[in-house]
Design a protein around this ligand. Structure first.
Ligand code: ADP
Ligand code: MG
Length: 223
């Protein structure tokens, strides 16, 4: 049972095995936020370097600013029911990340919060994540194959649908970010470079994969 809460209470609706994330017994949202902010901070220079190659070099700083802002309110966010917490995180990211990625990551979390239930099982999480990806695509007027964060989000959704384990999903996300290297950018600043965007990893794809691994690891550890 997936129980994303800020305390140690378990979902007591036991016995509902079907379709539930038995490997996601409990997840501490506050700890997840802290780990995500740590991960983004540790990789800020790498993200900046990726964005320098085919963008304007602000992605590391943008993401770090946003996730530090979320970290500073981790306790307040994690005291809320999961849908409200995700919406609040999304709003905070829109306000603090900036660039093209701020509204897009913000949309991802806000839409996820709109669709997810307070104690989601795998089916609800997967459905909500699919809707959130659609919202990002609508906001960015973008689709898979254009060398953006969507090129990681979509394979992760597919992996969720296939019932993959958290560590497999993290590897799939990494491989998907890697797979943006030979793509030509058709959205965002990198698209201004045309063919010269080929041969570099998309910064937003990389940051998305980092966040996916953080969630997968946190979920895996709490199994
Ligand atoms: P900016 O491009 O404004 O400098 P960032 O550097 O923070 O903003 O973010 C760039 C990332 O945002 C890209 O690497 C890409 O993954 C993502 N991105 C940009 N535009 C779009 C879009 N239209 N749809 C989906 N993702 C996008
Ligand atoms: Mg940039």
């Amino acid at each position: 049972m997936l129980q994303l809460s800020n305390d140690s209470s378990f979902d007591t609706a036991g016995g509902m095995e079907t379709g539930n994330l038995r490997d996601m017994a409990e997840l501490n949202l506050s700890r997840l936020i802290t780990t995500a902010a740590d991960t983004i901070a540790a990789h800020a220079e790498e993200l900046t370097a990726l964005d320098q190659a085919i963008g304007d070099g602000d992605h590391g700083l943008n993401m770090k600013r946003g996730f530090e802002a979320v970290r500073s309110e981790a306790e307040a966010f994690s005291a809320k029911p999961l849908p409200e917490a995700l919406k609040a995180i999304g709003t905070k990211l829109v306000m603090t990340v900036g660039g093209a990625s701020g509204p897009l990551f913000g949309t991802l979390f806000m839409a996820l919060g709109k669709e997810i239930s307070a104690a989601p099982d795998r089916a609800n999480l997967t459905g909500a994540f699919g809707k959130a990806i659609e919202a990002v695509a609508a906001r960015g007027k973008s689709q898979v194959g254009q060398k953006t964060m969507l090129d990681v989000l979509q394979p992760v959704h597919d992996a969720l649908l296939q019932g993959r384990a958290p560590f497999e999903i993290a590897d799939i996300a990494d491989a998907a970010a890697e797979a943006t290297v030979p793509m030509k950018a058709l959205r965002g600043r990198a698209s201004f470079l045309g063919d010269r965007s080929i041969g570099h990893m998309d910064a937003g794809a990389r940051s998305t994969a980092l966040l996916v691994r953080t969630v997968a690891k946190t979920v895996g550890e709490s199994a």
